[in-house]
Design a binder for this molecule. Sequence first.
Ligand code: SF4
Length: 416
Amino acid sequence: MAACSEELARAFPAHLHEGKVNLKDLLPSELETFVHILGQSPYRARQLVRWLYVRRVGSFAEMTDLSRAFRQLLEEVAVLPSLHLASPQESLQDTTKFLFTLPDGNPIESVRMRYLEHLGPGRLAVCLSSQVGCAMGCEFCASGRLGLVRNLQTWEMVDQILAIQRLADQRGERVANLLFMGIGEPLHNFRNLLRAICILNHGDGLGVGMRHIAISTSGVVPAIRRLAEKRLPLKLAISLHATSDELRDRLMPVNRRWNLAELLAACREYQAATGRRITFEYVMLDGVNDSLEEADRLVGLLGGLRSLVNLIPWNPVDHPSFRRSSKIRVRAFQDRVQQGGLRCTVRREKGSDIDAACGQLRIREIRRYLGTPTRAEHMPAFSLNPPPGVRTEAIEAGLDARKACIEEQSVVGNYV
Ligand code: SF4
C-alpha cells in the first residue's frame, strides 16, 4: 500500500488533495494510469469516468459495481472533493446565480441560464469562472477591481458544472452549453482550462461538444495563438469594448501589452485555424464608446473577419463613473454596425435582476463574510483625460495585469 501511494504521488504530484490523488482533477487518460498503478484493468478507468460524470456520485461507497476491495483501496489512496454550494440566487429571468465556496474558503460564482432561444427546451447554458478574482483590471468590471487571488484548479472548474448538472437532473435538464465568461481571464489559466474542457467534453462523461464551449478573453494574444494551434472547434469571444487603442488602453489595461492590431491579427489566425466565427463583446458605456463614429470604426476593424458583434447593456456595478447607454443609442449603434455589413445583436439582460454582472455577487459575499469594504468602494472616477502624472488605481492594476501577462507568456509557452 505504502509503495503504491508513493508511486501515485510521483505520478500525480500536481493532483494531490490532502495527500491523496484527487480523481476529479485527472483526465480520463490519466485515470487509466491511475488504475494501472493500482493493478486494475483499463476498464476500471471507464467505470470511474461514468460514476463521476454520468452518475455524478460524490463518494466511492456509491460506486456499487466496483468490488468492495477496490472501493476500500480507493478510499485509502484517492479523494473526491466537492465545492460547497453557498447560495443559489434565483432570478425572475430564468437565470440562477450560484455562489460556491472553494476548499480554501474563497468564493467563486457560476450562472445558469435556461430557455435561451438557440437552445432547445431542457437544455441549459452555464457561465463558469476560471479564476478567483482577475488580474486584468478592466475599468468597468467588479472582478477586475478585486485583483487576482489564484487560478482555479481543473476540478474546481469541472465541479461547478457537476453541481449544477446534479440539480438539473431533478428536472430532466442538461447542461449543453458552457461559457468560460465568469470571473477571471480563462486564457491566464490555460493549462487547467484545456484540461477542464477535455474532461467536460469526454464522450464517456458529460459529453459537452467542443462547438458548444465558448472561451471569452480580454485579449491575451500569445494564448489566442496557442489555442489556434490546438485547432479545437471552440467558440472564441473577444472582450473588445473600444475601437481605438487610446480608449482601450484606458478601459482594458491588457491593450497596453497587446494592442488592437495585434489582437485582431491573432483573431484572424484563430479563424483561419478553426473556421469558427468570432464573437466580439462590446459593453455599451454612455458617452464613452457608443457613438456612431465608434460604430463605423468597429465595422472597419472587423472587415474580412467572420464575426458577430454582441452589444452588452452595461450592468450598473458599484462604479460611479459609467452610465448605461440609452436603448435609443444602443439601437442606433446596432443599426449602424448592421448597415456596415456585420452581424450585430444586443445581449438579453438575463440575470441583471440578480446582479449577474461579472463579480458582483462575489463582492457582496466578501462584504458579508468579512464586513469590510472592498477595493471597489475606493475606485477613482473614470476619466478620459486624467491630469498628466496622475496614475489612477486602475492604471496601477493595469501594470499588475501586464506583469501577469508577461509571466503568463512563459506559462503558456510551457504548455504542451
Ligand atoms: S472583464 Fe473579464 S478580464 Fe476584465 S477584469 Fe473582469 S473578469 Fe477580468
